[in-house]
Design a protein around this ligand. Sequence first.
Ligand SMILES: *Cc1c(COP(=O)(O)O)cnc(C)c1O
Length: 404
Amino acid sequence: MLDIQKIRADFPILSQKVNGKPLVYFDNGATSQKPQIVIDADAKYYQEINANIHRGVHTLSQLATDAYELSRGKVQQHINAKFAHEVLFTSGTTHGINLVTNGFASILKPGDEILVSALEHHSNIVPWQMLCEKTGATLKVIPMNEEGELIMEAYDTLLSENTKVVTVNHISNALGTINPIKYMIDKAHAVGAAVLIDGAQAVPHLKPDVQDLDCDFYAFSGHKMCGPTGTGILYGKEAWLNKLPPYQGGGEMIKEVTFEKTTYADLPHKFEAGTPNIAGGIVLGTAIDYMNEIGFEAIHAHEEELLQYATKRLLEIEGLKIYGTGKNKASVISFNIDGIHPYDIGSIIDKLGIAVRTGHHCAQPIMNFFCIPGTIRASFSFYNTKEEIDLMVEAVKKAQTMLS
Ligand SMILES: *Cc1c(COP(=O)(O)O)cnc(C)c1O
């Protein structure tokens, strides 16, 4: 079991007051808070080893390079990638997905099909639409049911030899649904399609095993798992990364440049043009160490308890409806209250110190499906408590009274 008070003490921001009230931070789906060890690691990098990587023979440059590559190795271990060079540093999930869609522009042709799930974040929809515009490929949508679960019978029917890519999130940011991605990956491979998993909402809650999943690409952000903003990872199978053309041209990604012809560097450098977020990449490794020290089994058990408790407590409120009621859910609850706009509830409870997200959560198609403008989303992390959930429930009740 987790020692929550000890863990909370690691996060300086959690003891802060907002609007004169103790902060209750339930917007972890948008970004997580950072422990002191991560904040310190960032400062330490700039105080002690700041230099550019893979370039100088000088000592600091080598120290920076070693620390950056050590962090890549930590990520490799964490997600169980076969090779370190299958782990690309990016600026986040969005960057990772665009790197892949850009690469597929030279592979897809008219008649090819891309299957995207109805549960996606805009950053796993729009880049594929742009790719379809460029190549003449067609985007098809894997539908969901009223519980917010993808319909596997429909998925099976959509798959054909025309399917070249399947893209789906591991966990939905808007509803919390955990998708049956292993099944989906197996089915996609059976027709020869590549699979990209958007893992942005999964990595804060679980440890993905990319070899066991057998996905072709797995993208995630550092900032949702205790790491710095502007960091992320794209895992890609070696064969795919060798096949895809580079995303950006520039320094660091080349073997040899002449005005007649340039040859590209080996993996992973082929996809890492320019000076990256060196400090961020290193500190992401610190964040991953921190989370592993707490342990993902304990994190899961605690978050599951929070999810069950919050679901039960929220449903005590008259007129409250939860969106996303699938069997497999992460600690995310999207809800609305009859006759009240989510934004109004969000603004009032903010005055009471409760931070939740309101709106469409970058997933407008999901809101359209339920015919609502948006929801209130409370997303819990391992550092949250049942007492905080009680505070939120009281605040929502108060807002409801004020607004009706
Ligand atoms: C947050 C999120 C993204 C985008 O991540 P960025 O860090 O903004 O690039 C993509 N997909 C899902 C499911 C997300 O939750």
